[in-house]
Write a protein that binds this ligand. Structure first.
Ligand SMILES: [Zn+2]
Length: 148
């Protein structure tokens, strides 16, 4: 059997099978996105409504994938709030977001080596508070403060 007749017999079946594989993969990607969004949202509601517990939490990647890419935080002392863009955080994407809390410091409340803790409020799809800025950020370069 020549290449040509083989193409006639099998070609369309192969193309069809490839197409359904592709479609199934798209549906799977969508399902993961939906699950990530639901999980990030559930965590956010728990944080906002009950103030925690922060653990377990979704990862940076899950929040981003689910479309909730902003973390709102509040300084425990001066109560100033800021929105932190999760896609700018220099941490592995599989880092659970509760692990970020300990690394966040309010710059205006800092005294020497001591800085009062900052706590996480919720996740949002857009920036709702002022950007995590100089007031809340140590002098070192952008977002490096997130490295312990
Ligand atoms: Zn403060």
């Amino acid at each position: 059997m020549g290449t040509k007749s083989r193409e006639v017999i099998w070609g369309s079946q192969i193309r069809g099978a490839k197409m359904s594989a592709e479609k199934a993969r798209q549906r799977a990607t969508e399902a993961v996105r939906e699950a990530d969004r639901a999980e990030a949202h559930a965590w956010s509601v728990r944080m906002e409504g009950y103030g925690g517990p922060a653990q377990p939490s979704p990862t940076i990647e899950q929040c981003l994938n689910g479309g909730l890419g902003w973390l709102e935080v509040e300084c425990n002392r001066c109560k100033s709030r800021a929105s932190l863009p999760l896609n700018a955080i220099r941490r592995p994407r599989d880092t659970p977001i509760w692990k970020l809390e300990a690394a966040l410091k309010c710059r205006s409340c800092r005294k020497g080596r001591y800085a009062p803790p900052v706590h996480m409020i919720k996740l949002t799809a857009r920036q709702e508070m002022s950007l995590w800025n100089a007031a809340l950020r140590p002098a070192r370069s952008k977002f490096n403060f997130l490295r312990p």
